[in-house]
Design a protein around this ligand. Structure first.
Ligand SMILES: Cc1ncc(COP(=O)(O)O)c(C=O)c1O
Length: 388
């Protein structure tokens, strides 16, 4: 039966993260779930309540394809606050998740046979989405060293571009490595994109999860309004809303009709009652996000300390996002080891092989949760390392 499907659908890989998650679901409730990219808190009440009220008030009809005006206005206010210049509602399109924003950005820029360059190791959905669209995802590998952590040689991006390249997918701060581009690196990437005439798809969803006094550098800090950059983003991470499946794009206002059309021919819009909650997240959520980031910073430091005390790990504290991507010396098969850790250490990590080239010998640990629980999990991992 399957052979009658489109080749691109058949070839879509099973996510290595989900495979482990399914194994963990069978193993019982006491496995510490550090494998997926989400925290332990449910959505706060100040966000959930307006959504629940709107649902009960009957806001259950088809709605604006590009997003309700209140939410696009709230997005403009949020950006104006965080990126130190004025933004307009016309620059924003509401999408059904960050993942859908990525799909729409790809639909708009790269089709069958086109190449999209991305930085690896990477969140697997990026290359999979390019492949399903019929394109070819071309990895440029970040390098890892004990002294410098993860680094990018931008010349590798230029070398990876061919006449078929349509877009550069740049995720900073990065899932899974935590690599975070500084302004100068972003300027170099933008310069390459301008010279080569390719799009940038900027995934800066973790910009506020930056373990420095201010948010991570953004293409918004350096771009001109006519630069070909599509920003994809999500409510999932900042405001503990992973299950809501709402995201957005920031695009040039001239593109809003095109992206509205792409929304229309996919989901036809995001439920209006959910969007009411999203307005509250943007307008009232800064304090909540700052608290989450401070908690993640403490968690990061504690986990790094406990795991590196084994003397058997290679890791560098991530500069951004909320993942520790670490290797254990002397363990070759990370997928088998991750399964074994579920069974015997009761901790769920994502195997690095799920994150493509360069990730094979690593594990991803999500540290966006309560520090006391994480301490217990880190001790269990350290115990497992000592015993293997
Ligand atoms: C780098 C990156 N981009 C985009 C997303 C998409 O998030 P969502 O589909 O939950 O909105 C994720 C989620 O893990 C991510 O890590």
């Amino acid at each position: 039966m399957e052979r009658f499907l489109r080749r691109e659908a058949r070839d879509a890989p099973e996510s290595g993260i989900v495979a482990l998650l399914n194994h963990g679901r069978k193993s019982g409730a006491d496995v510490m779930p550090l494998w997926v990219g989400e925290g332990d808190l449910p959505t706060p009440e100040f966000i959930a309540r307006p959504a629940a009220e709107a649902l009960l008030a009957g806001e259950t009809f088809y709605t604006w394809q590009r997003g309700i005006p209140e939410l696009r206005e709230a997005l403009a206010r949020y950006y104006t606050r965080h990126f130190d210049r004025d933004f307009q509602p016309q620059e924003f399109i509401v999408t059904g998740s960050g993942m859908q924003a990525i799909q729409l950005a790809l639909q708009a820029t790269a089709g069958a046979g086109d190449e999209v360059v991305y930085l690896a190791p990477a969140w697997p959905n990026i290359s999979a989405a390019v492949g399903i669209a019929g394109g070819i995802a071309v990895p440029v590998q970040l390098e890892h060293s004990a002294e410098d952590g993860w680094t990018l040689d931008v010349n590798r991006i230029e070398a990876a571009i061919t006449p078929k390249t349509k877009a550069l997918f740049i995720n900073t701060p990065s899932n899974p490595t935590g690599w975070t581009a500084d302004r100068q690196t972003l300027a170099q990437i933008l310069d390459i994109a301008r010279r080569k005439g390719v799009w940038i798809i900027a995934d800066e969803i973790y910009a506020l999860y930056h373990y420095a006094p201010s948010r991570a550098a953004s293409f918004l800090d350096i771009m001109q309004s006519d630069d070909r950059i599509l920003f994809v983003n999500t409510f999932s991470k900042n405001w503990a809303m992973t299950g809501w499946r709402v995201g957005w794009m920031k695009v040039h206002p001239d593109l809003q009709q095109t992206f509205e059309n792409l929304v229309q021919y996919s989901t036809s819009g995001v439920p209006q009652f959910l969007q009411k909650g999203c307005v509250a997240a943007l307008d009232e959520g800064d304090e909540f996000v700052a608290g989450q980031v401070a908690r993640a910073r403490n968690a990061r430091d504690m986990v790094c300390e406990i795991i590196s005390a084994t003397g058997r790990t290679r890791l560098s504290p991530p500069q951004g996002a909320f993942y520790l991507f670490f290797a254990i010396d002397g363990i070759a098969d990370t997928m088998a080891a991750a399964f074994d850790m579920v069974d015997n250490a009761r901790v769920g990590l994502a195997p690095g092989s799920a994150f493509g080239p360069g990730g094979e010998s690593f594990y991803r640990l999500c540290f966006n949760r309560r520090v006391d629980e994480l301490e217990q999990a880190a001790e269990r991992i350290a115990g497992w390392i000592k015993g293997n």
